[in-house]
Design a protein around this ligand. Sequence first.
Ligand code: PLP
Length: 363
Amino acid sequence: MSSRQATAQTNLDAISRNFDQVRQLAPSSKIMAVIKADAYGHGAAQVAKKLKQADAFAVARVSEAVKLREAGVGGTICLLEGVMNREDLNLASIYELQVVVHSEDQLELMTRSGARRDVWLKIDTGMGRLGIRPEKADSALQKLDQQRLIGLMTHFAQSDEVGAELTVRQIEKIRSISRQLYRHNPAAAVISMANSAGIMAHADSRSDWIRPGLMLYGASPLADLEPDPDLHPAMHFSAPVISIRDIKVGDSVGYGSIWTTERDTRIAVVGAGYADGYPREMAQGTPVLVNGERRRLVGRVSMDMITVELEKSDVVEMGDHVTLWGEGLPVEEIARCAGTIPYTLTCGIAGRVRRTFRGEVRG
Ligand SMILES: *Cc1c(COP(=O)(O)O)cnc(C)c1O
């Protein structure tokens, strides 16, 4: 950690252990590891190469899948948003991608294109975003009779609330649709519904296939709970001290002079700001780790830096790295300080941040 740059380190061994944890929770489910958005900012190609034990990978878009194939990632890759047009469909064929079909438009496109592909039929059981309406499921299935159906997919709207009524209804709904459709096509018996929150909070959503994302990266989607001790944080975001200054009682720090010290104290200026992915919305007093000790963010987050109040006893040198989230500082907690969720923090790491990997598998 001696680099003088903001650094996001991905611990691939932690991701592997989190995967094993998913396996333990759902030993009879196949696992589609969700690595969209560059594996939530953790490096999709590296994560895919590490998780050889995954039964499949999932991304949102064709461009993400193509990148993975070009990086040498084999195995099954599923397109959660399916395809938009003929060009996407061709790419799906060339790169052997599974395609989720979630709309009438996509059904049309598939029917017209002739070629046989591996498809999931996505049903909207209450999310109200993507998916065929339940009453259209039967006719949709018929339109897919030239395709190789893998199963039915659905997505939860409220699974991050433990015991949510809607989730229970969604689980019942997809099971009942599956029971009806399976008479026309045995593959419709196969169901995929759970995301991380489903896996963690709704045991009966751990069906044939599960789709963990966030929990692989060691963060919990369950808003009200403490970080799960069985999950290992996979991202360590840190930045170097670029200046240390003494300030006197009554001095203000940073843009807008929103923070003024009530005592003589010392400030560390740390080289990461909102242009690196440390949100400007971060609350005053948000913790950072200086030599493993919690210290407070003071003053407004700038584009390239933040300011942290030091204690008298702190021995800090220029270039020392301050932890912004990661080991010892849960990303869930930091997300709350910014009024957001862990997903947006890890996904938001900017391109200029240095990237490193622990436990990388080459080739
Ligand atoms: C992103 C996504 C997931 C993974 O969700 P997590 O909350 O990160 O576990 C699963 N399924 C679909 C359809 C998704 O879009």
